[in-house]
Design a binder for this molecule. Sequence first.
Ligand code: KIV
Ligand code: ZN
Length: 515
Amino acid sequence: MTYASNKLIIFDTTLRDGEQSPGASMTKDEKIRIAKQLERMRVDVIEAGFAAASQGDFDAIKAIAGIVKDSTVCSLSRANDRDISRAAEALAPAARKRIHTFLATSPLHMEMKLRMTPDQVFEQAKRAVKFARQFTDDIEFSPEDASRSDIDFLCRVIEAVIAEGATTINFPDTVGYAVPELFANTIKTLRERIPNSDKAIWSVHCHNDLGMAVANSLAGVMIGGARQVECTINGLGERAGNTALEEIVMAVKTRSAYFNLEVGIDTTQIVPTSKLVSQITGFAVQPNKAVVGANAFAHASGIHQDGILKARETYEIMRAEDVGWSANKIVLGKLSGRNAFKQRLQELGIELESEAEVNAAFARFKELADQKSDIFDEDIMALVSGGQQSLADDYYQFVSLSQRSETGEKPSAKVVFSIDKQEFTCEAQGNGPVDATVNAIESQTKSGAELLLFSVNAITTGTQSQGEVTMRLSKAGRIVNGVGSDLDIVMASAKAYLSALNKLHSKIEKLNPQL
Ligand code: KIV
Ligand code: ZN
């Protein structure tokens, strides 16, 4: 693919690097939903996973490769034949495919992690790119931990992999150590020193450990000459996360006179995508997060409100509607029929796989509409996200709950749920109704999992809103997030807890690409 020199390629790695965030692992269906939304947002490249990491990742990449038509679909792979072949196999159905292979080049990683000499790394990098080229002519190479690598060695490796056919050279700040000026100047120097550097598109991939991922990426573009930014929705990712896609895109658009770059993203899809990723992963977006935080366009101070009313530009540099914020709109109600519901699903880009799934979602919608008069888009999205519905084949399934709490009394909860289709009724007390609910479930499941996080968010505004609960559990080194939503936050908590137990039960094991 050839691009204009001012085109900024947006490479989204929510489904790969974002998913590496502890607890953010997604099912195949969830990944497909996000991939479709990324395509709708017109992301150029979707890194759909790491095919050799697990059968689940392989299947998800293959499914996405078969569905996505407009974006390039990419798989990560270590620099060995097996990983590359696995990536190629998973990507086979894709209209446009990319293999992204990587190998660490910093002295620390080569010596302590890979236990390889620089010469061995050099040979393996070349060999990997040459091997990958037989499957596609769109090959990306990343010298992992590039920002802590020796510049002479980087010149040697990068020149060689471009000669072998790498078409994108990605410069990863794997541990978030870089600072903008140094980071950008290193890329600039590499591009000047490497004789065939113009045969590849240069890319940046930054982590946010020092809170500089977006700044480093933009410096890499403006000073270093990179024309691809690797990023994730909401900045999701391991540790402090990756470069946030929404911040890069809106910086380039809002300051277009300075950047003078073209981005193909449909910005009105940014907030819906952010909400989808947050709902699926259970990673709430902080209210003051740039662009997609609930307060990003809220003006509380009287002076600001007055200014905004007189001329919006006084305090607003972007328009909320341009990034997809719409005031909570009542979209459906108790009397809405199945057709209206189905049409709204379509408008929201939610494609349920079978009529049976539409029927099940519609039944949940009717149940909700009986309890709550106004149904918003956010409610509909929650209805079809992991937390609200028990899937027929889930090992643990929520049935019902009653709880009692009164000032001066110890709260108690009675939870009815099934384990492998057998129903149990369990009662327990706790320090609060949620604690009592978890104790009741644990009295039967005895999972022994440690609760790392319990958070409650209102899906829409007002006290009529459904509560969305996230429970993060850890057991034997695995961390999972469960999400549940309900008008009753104690019920939402029970659903979230059971959803996390289901994930622990599924025992999907993955390799970490950095290992
Ligand atoms: O952070 C990193 O170095 C990566 C590479 C695999 C590109 O994610
Ligand atoms: Zn990374």
